[in-house]
Write a protein that binds this ligand. Structure first.
Ligand code: ADP
Ligand code: MG
Length: 247
């Protein structure tokens, strides 16, 4: 179906560390539609980050398939997969992972390094991305001259600079105070309303108010996936039939 951006089909992930095997994901099937803003919640160790990294093309599943925009992610060669990531995905992490000796603008330009844009185009794209996160005036600051919330904004600008259709965020407000978290969630919401599909792992139930769907994990399984009442649109919804979750 064209409306489906991410199709996860019976994914399992087993980590083998030493003599023990950890079943981090067990039989996950899930569709994410274009334009959705989905929160992934669940206790620590339930497999949230594993799921996100698999969707991000960074962690090969032990079994199962994942299609993004109809493309079978792990059937691509490493190089093709890296190209795919650059074009389709923006990542935002809890640790913002900014380069300390590059200023805000230069940090935002990083994902464009290997693209064919001219330097002027790259600067213009990064400037536009900074504008989207209200950081126009701080383009020349180094990360240590910015607050946590501001660094987060730079990390978000870097994730959207290439205009990918999909943003993956792993606990992006995990180290921010309440007020700053709300600002950042408002920003994510604006990005979603401008057309980006958003998948966000979060510990904070309050963050789900900004999202139109909440997926809950436990012990490597999906245990619920409800549509939030504040939903801003009415996209079709389906989740892990095998886990007995209904539409
Ligand atoms: P969450 O993000 O929900 O806290 P994770 O996906 O990080 O959960 O982890 C799920 C399970 O997989 C945990 O038991 C964790 O210890 C294990 N795990 C995660 N990454 C690795 C790894 N690289 N090697 C071995 N075990 C891992
Ligand atoms: Mg995690």
């Amino acid at each position: 179906m064209k409306n489906i951006l991410i199709k996860i089909d019976k994914i399992r992930k087993t980590y083998n560390s030493g003599s023990t095997a950890v079943n981090a994901l067990q039989d996950i099937s899930l569709n994410i539609s274009r334009g959705e803003a989905a929160a992934i919640m669940g206790p620590s160790g339930s497999g949230k980050s594993t799921l996100l990294s698999i969707i991000g093309g960074l962690n090969q599943p032990t079994e199962g398939k994942i299609l993004i925009d109809g493309i079978d992610l792990y059937s691509l060669s490493r190089e093709k997969r890296a190209d795919f990531r650059r074009e389709y995905l923006g990542f935002v992490f809890q640790q913002f992972q900014l380069i300390p000796y590059l200023n805000a603008l230069e940090n935002v330009m990083l994902p464009l390094t290997t693209t064919r844009y001219t330097s002027k185009q790259k600067r213009d794209m990064a400037t536009h991305a900074l504008h989207r996160v209200n950081m126009d005036t701080k383009a020349n600051r180094l990360p240590n001259q910015l607050s946590g919330g501001e660094q987060e904004r730079i990390a978000i600008a870097r994730a959207v600079v290439n205009e990918p259709p999909l943003i993956l965020a792993d606990e992006p407000t995990g180290s921010l105070d309440t007020k700053t978290s709300e600002e950042i969630m408002g920003l994510f919401r604006n990005l979603n309303e401008s057309g980006l599909t958003l998948l966000m792992v979060t510990h904070n139930p309050e963050n789900t108010a900004y999202m139109n769907r909440t997926i809950t994990m436990q012990d490597g399984m999906l245990i619920s996936g409800r549509k939030n009442t504040i939903a801003t649109n009415s996209l079709p919804f389906s989740i892990n039939e095998s886990a007995g979750v209904t539409r």
